[in-house]
Design a binder for this molecule. Sequence first.
Ligand code: C5P
Ligand code: C5P
Ligand code: ZN
Length: 467
Amino acid sequence: MQGMDLKGLEKAVMKAAAAVSGADDVLIVSHIDADGISAAAIAATVCERLGKDYDVLFFNKMGEDAIDAVNNSSRSLVWISDLGSGYLSRLSRDGIVVTDHHVPDSSWRMGQTTLGEFNRIMHVNPHDHGYEGSSDISGAGVTYLVAKSIDPANTDLAYLAVVGACGDMQDSGNGLSGINRMILDDAVSNGSLEIKEDVRLYGRETRPLVGFLQYSSDPEVPGLSNDQEACNAFYSRLGIPLRKGGRNRCWTDLSENERAAAAEALLDLMKEKDRTRLVGETYVLTDFPKGTDRRDAKEFATLLNSCGRYNDAPTGMRICMGDEDAVEASKENRSAHKRNISGAIDLVKKNDLLKVRRFIQYFDAGSEIKDTVLGIVAGMLLNGDGAYRGLPIIAFADSDDGVKVSARAEKGMAERGLNLSEIMKKAASMVGGFGGGHNVAAGATIPGDKKEEFLEIVEDLVSAQVI
Ligand code: C5P
Ligand code: C5P
Ligand code: ZN
């Protein structure tokens, strides 16, 4: 499709909004990650405000169990968010709304043009209207557009769509862009969000100053990352106290002067190419207290991942819907998630698991890394110093139904033609599995004995796509 067609997207949004408004009751089906949880919270809030009965189911992927849940639901409408577009031809019931941003199922699209207009599935997806689903809008964002169309009062949910977009890393580079920017404007207009130029390392609200630099990985700060002593010395050289009033200070506790001086000193340490990644837009969610992870959109997203990736997505959704008990219940999840991720990254590095081939790099974590966090680990290795930025990274981990594959690549590779979604879909189907996703981040499930064959196919496809 050529060019961006906002009108076309708005038309699809309005059709979906009418279907939701007219439904007797609703089953919401969503993805377990931060974006999927934010999307489900938006959809659930809409149903609540419309006074409709609803329930919510979360899935890791659109596998057979998810497809069955959709097709066999007794609810009058099934609203699928942050999932579904890749598997439209498998959805057979009437009354389905899909608000997603994954690369759509091409066989369904072909069916649609030959059969003409049909209303079985109200499909809202940026790819159908010339937008790029990996960067222009998230699943929560698409869901938000429908919410806003149902009732302009739902613009108070815009901040959740920003959290979803940050969870899918759509803010990497120079901050949110595309349709995300309009959603950001809604959140700024209603006073729930402030855009602040700041150091974009993770943990501005909750990590003590030393940990903030010591554990920085996206990007790494040369001389400081992984070196506690050097981080201590960094602050003491600038005369910045680590504690005040008997407690550790965080980055957002620093005065404007302290922050500016520290940012300046950090920039001096950065490699030229990483400077633009260090400082940029951050999104402050002003309704939440300072020093909590819900105040920073990125930290909020990590909090949601720490629930969803460990079979506890409903707690994440309750957090998004303002349930303070859920915030308390998630504390355990959060520290376990952080331990898991850093343990997984260490595992790959210390055991030299990463193998480099001509056009790809890969590692096989076996049963050592949980399949639901494999993609996060692969992405962090690629963004940090754990892998080569110029090659796509393919990761394997054992899962219940075969081998889970996660694939990640740098944005520049997509600009040169790489589309990991197509590659995962094609290579997986050639070895008896299934897959999909986005151009720079995709995944698959394949049979356990097909890893080598799969890698060879992926490597051929990568070399054919990238110029
Ligand atoms: O299923 P979903 O679209 O929510 O998952 C997107 C995944 O892709 C996330 O894990 C996110 O971290 C990753 N991603 C990425 N870089 C991008 C866009 C997405 O690593 N530019
Ligand atoms: O699981 P992971 O984070 O690696 O997934 C990356 C992207 O690929 C996500 O957007 C996910 O929804 C998608 N994916 C898919 N089909 C699969 C596995 C992942 O569409 N079988
Ligand atoms: Zn998403």
